[in-house]
Design a protein around this ligand. Structure first.
Ligand code: ARG
Length: 271
């Protein structure tokens, strides 16, 4: 009888010990689960200064810095995966990646099939509220505004909001390209009359000398916001949104913005 009671006490002490050990370990790793797989995040690194590859193949850009900073505050690891822009939405739908950051504009159409984080970037010219730029060759004086694009040859990136916009220009002959730098090359070669694409990326490329001979026709159209894209019902949506909120309030967002754009970031809406 006495032996039996002793045995039970031993068991109880042992179980209590285990419990304490488990609680102790959990509080050592409050947000990070060391066994969790890194999040696979797709990006199309042909979009300076948001995502691009350096000569030695390193990924860089505003989006890359932001995503890494979100991962740090949210406590998860990331594995970037390069993917052509055109395939991004369907890859997310098929849940082959956990997310995508690629200067992706939040649109009602895209929201039908995928989810977006809260807006993380106001796209458009620094001080105005516009989204696209028409880029033309410097020596082309005929294209002055939206109306003069009618019937012209226009280059766009496949699957982009710029491509959707080009479809609304009457009689335009549209050529589609898989990546940004290619369509600017076509413009320089005189194969097309204009490029319709994101204003920030176009202006940055022109300013940094890579697109000599191209100017932006400063008649701009819509306002866009970029969001981090995820599959519908993503379990990571909440952590990513909280991460963005933290970076906006602790000054990190501003730091990253100034590093790439040398300007004060504009106010962003919550949703
Ligand atoms: N903002 C445009 C869109 O969402 C173009 C983005 C292109 N991004 C890229 N990494 N190529 O359609």
């Amino acid at each position: 009888m006495v032996k039996l009671i002793n045995f039970k006490w031993q068991q109880l002490i042992l179980s209590l010990g285990c419990l304490l050990l488990i609680i102790g370990c959990q509080s050592l790793y409050p947000t990070t689960n060391p066994d969790a797989k890194p999040l696979k995040v797709a990006t199309d690194p042909t979009f300076v200064p948001f995502e691009f590859q350096t000569a030695d193949g390193k990924l860089e850009g505003f989006d890359i810095d932001l995503m890494n900073a979100i991962a740090k505050v949210a406590g998860f690891a990331i594995q970037f995966e390069s993917l052509p822009f055109d395939g991004m939405i369907s890859t997310l739908q098929a849940k082959r990646v956990d997310g995508a950051i690629s200067g992706i504009t939040i649109t009602a159409e895209r929201l039908k099939t995928i989810a977006f984080s809260r807006p993380y970037f106001k796209a458009g010219l620094a001080m105005s509220t516009t989204g696209y730029a028409y880029a033309v060759r410097e020596d082309n004086q005929n294209i002055k505004d939206f109306n003069s694009l009618k019937g012209k040859k226009i280059a766009v990136q496949i699957g982009s909001t710029g491509a959707d916009f080009a479809k609304t220009i009457s009689n335009a002959k549209i050529s589609t390209f898989n990546s940004g730098p290619e369509f600017f090359q076509d413009l320089l070669n005189g194969n097309v009359d204009a490029v319709v694409s994101d204003a920030f990326a176009t202006l940055y490329a022109i300013k940094n000398g890579k697109l000599k001979g191209i100017r932006v026709v400063a008649d701009l159209l819509t306002q866009e916001y970029y969001g981090i894209a995820m599959p519908k019902d993503s379990p990571h949506l909440d952590a990513i949104n909280k991460g963005i909120a933290t970076l906006l309030s602790n000054g990190t967002y501003k730091q990253i913005y100034q590093k790439w754009f040398d300007a004060e970031p504009p106010q962003l809406p919550d949703s």
